[in-house]
Design a protein around this ligand. Structure first.
Ligand code: GLU
Length: 312
């Protein structure tokens, strides 16, 4: 299998696509992004990097950050986290409030907004948001081996000015006692974490620990093998909001999307893949990013549902 060739052909096919979806506009700063972009980067378990298109252009990783935030929170409180956040797909939009009422302020999973806000509350740990954000940045720098990754302050300010729904979710959970810090501090942490700007190359590098059973490529251990498997399981079942089932069906590997148009996808033992194209489909997932991953999985045979690597 010539992966470099597949990447080049995928980039050409995606650049020729006319239906690119719609760029997210509820965070005004994101609405300014040119939808004509597409990037892909694949970090392989044997240490190669294959990249194409706009793989070095920075974008707002948004909800993809929830994977790194979850990893940090599990490091702090371990399985106690599951007393405050569930592990079931939501079947509802990423910012649903009604489900929270039925479930007494315990969000369905750590990848919908309510769950990620609880995770941000855990990661705050009694500190100011800038302390928690500093920790997050150091973690992502370590994972990717790239210290240049930073927060896009314009995106953070834009979401701070308009994020009324997340404020409602946080207040609602505070009423149930499931958010423990001041909601402004929790959202400050959450919004800045979402506003990290990364390129596909940086994101694929940062995801390597999840393809390596929890190990950093430098040999250090980021999380235990069991924890890496569980995070991958959550990405597969909950990583694409209420389209997670469809993503598992079409692509067949764990992935986490964000409204900035990025997706981090993990093929255990094989590859950490980042794709980015800012236009979203009706479920808020990158339109071309999903299509590219579907095609990549088809051509490589990569799937968590098959022991064989056979494209079709
Ligand atoms: N910061 C975004 C929000 O809370 C993240 C959403 C996403 O990427 O799905 O609305």
């Amino acid at each position: 299998m010539d992966l470099g060739n597949i990447v080049n052909e995928l980039v050409a096919a995606m650049q020729a696509q006319e239906d690119r979806g719609t760029v997210a506009s509820y965070i005004p700063e994101l609405a300014k992004i040119d939808p004509g972009q597409f990037g892909i980067a694949i970090a392989t378990a044997d240490g190669r990097m294959l990249a194409g298109g706009d793989a070095d252009t920075g974008f707002s990783i948004q909800s993809v950050s929830k994977v790194f935030a979850l990893t940090l929170a599990l490091g702090k409180v371990g399985d106690q986290l599951w007393e405050r956040v569930g592990r079931e797909p939501s079947g509802n939009p990423f910012n649903s409030i009604t489900q929270l009422e039925h479930e007494q302020g315990i969000p369905r999973n750590p990848f919908i907004n309510a769950g990620a806000i609880v995770v941000a509350d855990v990661n705050l740990g009694g500190h100011q948001p800038r302390v928690a954000i500093g920790e997050m940045l150091r973690f992502v720098h370590y994972l990717s081996g790239d210290d240049s990754i930073a927060i896009d302050e314009a995106v953070a300010a834009s979401e701070t000015a308009t994020g009324f729904r997340n404020l409602a979710l946080a207040n609602y959970m505070r009423a149930f006692g499931n958010v423990r810090h001041d909601v402004d501090l929790v959202l400050g942490n959450y919004i800045h974490q979402c506003a990290m700007e990364m390129s596909c190359r940086q994101l694929a590098l940062a995801g390597r620990y999840l393809m390596l059973d929890g190990r950093h490529p430098d040999g250090g251990r980021v999380v235990s093998p069991r924890r890496a498997r569980r995070i991958n399981a959550l990405m597969l079942t909950c990583g694409h909001y209420d389209a997670s089932g469809d993503f598992a069906f079409r692509v067949g590997i764990p992935g986490k999307s964000g409204v900035g148009g990025g997706i981090l996808a993990i093929v255990p033992g094989r590859a950490s893949i980042a794709v980015w194209s800012p236009g979203l489909n009706a479920n808020g997932n990158s339109c071309l990013g999903t299509l590219a991953l579907e095609e990549l999985a088809r051509r490589t045979g990569w799937s968590v549902f098959s022991p064989l690597e056979e494209g079709d």
